[in-house]
Design a protein around this ligand. Sequence first.
Ligand SMILES: [Zn+2]
Length: 480
Amino acid sequence: MPKKVEQTLGITVKKSDFAEWYPEVIQKAELADYSPVKGCMIIRPNAYAIWQKVQEYFNPVMHRIGVKNAYFPLFVPESFFKREAKHAEGFSPEVAWIANKSSDEERVAVRPTSETIIADSFAKWTRSWRDLPLKINQWANVVRWETNQTRLFLRTREFLWQEGHCIYATEDECEKDVLLVLDEYVKLAKDLLAIPSIPGQKTEKEKFAGAKKTFTFEGLMPDGRALQLGTSHNLGQGFMEAFNVKFIGNDEQEHVPWYNSWGISTRLIGAAVMLHADDKGMVMPPRVAPVQAVIVPILFTDSKDAVLQEAKHLKTELEAHHIRAHLDDREEYSPGWKFNQWELQGVPVRIEIGPKDLQHKQCVLARRDKGTKETASLLNAKDRVKTLLDEIHQNLYDTAKRFLDGNRVEASSMDDLIKHIKERKMVLAPFCGSATCEDHIKEKTEGATSRCIPFDKKASGVCVQCGKPATSMTYFAKAY
Ligand SMILES: [Zn+2]
């Protein structure tokens, strides 16, 4: 027997110790690591594979909407930020500047977002109504020099995202796509990552710097904190005016286009970890899992060849059924050690096959989400794994949805709101929409902010803060 090189590598804290558990799962499941630069992170292959699945899913969605991928520079001239006053003000605290340059050059920012540099190009590319709509996306990194506490995937100084930027001849077309994209984001979170969310509109205080309206979809994490999962903005005409983007309409008159932008980021990976992972480590949502089924052969000297041969055959069959399969035939590790390692990394289905299974022409299938085991005939294993992956996806989604629905409540008074925020709920309350009231609510609840105005709730009652008639029902929660 080869020498075993085993060591313990499991999670040492329970999920109930959420703040300590989260970074430990991320590091031990080999999703990400801390970097030598404070507040930045290294995305390891297990998590980068998830991001690639997000790209594979979303590129065809954008193609359907008529959006094309492009790439703009990482650096933005300082003068660009000054052109849209609210945008400049909103982003100024977290813009990183390049200080080291020759003195006759304009200072440049490392992009925190790309509205300004893209609007500048739109001015060159738009002449007539025939050039519209113009729909661009880039998959890129952005830098927001956070001074707040950073957290892997949720808040880092550099992160990966996609940013869509589109301009239109009319506001109707513009807003239609803003809502269409939001809807697609909600579907992506649900169908790919098994993350339920609440879509809605941001309040005046929480909208994007320079936007007319911001729409968002919000998740609720197991510690009762909300997480903004992505946003879609109707930017109106402000950036277009600031960058002198115009077009001649078919009425022969000069017009200003309507602009939207929208983005989701690697933050989604953090949400998937928080919602689905457990005391044993990561639980990969099956549709993004880099390995969906791992085959662990139980090897004994006298039956090794036969077992390995069957295991290899099974792997080929799984792959022919478009299941991402891996055969762990390492001999320096015991099956038990391998089980732990794959559990830690969150592989949805583990397939065990040993000499006794071979005699009965069967294998054992173990589910990562529930920890249950079943036997399947070798003939049917590929079909059963395929349905199991869907069942696991559904179970992860249903579990997270039950949590979300079980932890959102309504409040009609400030006392109610304060009480429910203390209970770590997401609280729907009548609200007048004023930024001053929102500041008071934040103070009285020790940190709750407005998350969104859901689409499906009509305003009723009076604002919990000022007593004026409510203009909306708004969700409040403490948030990441
Ligand atoms: Zn009010």
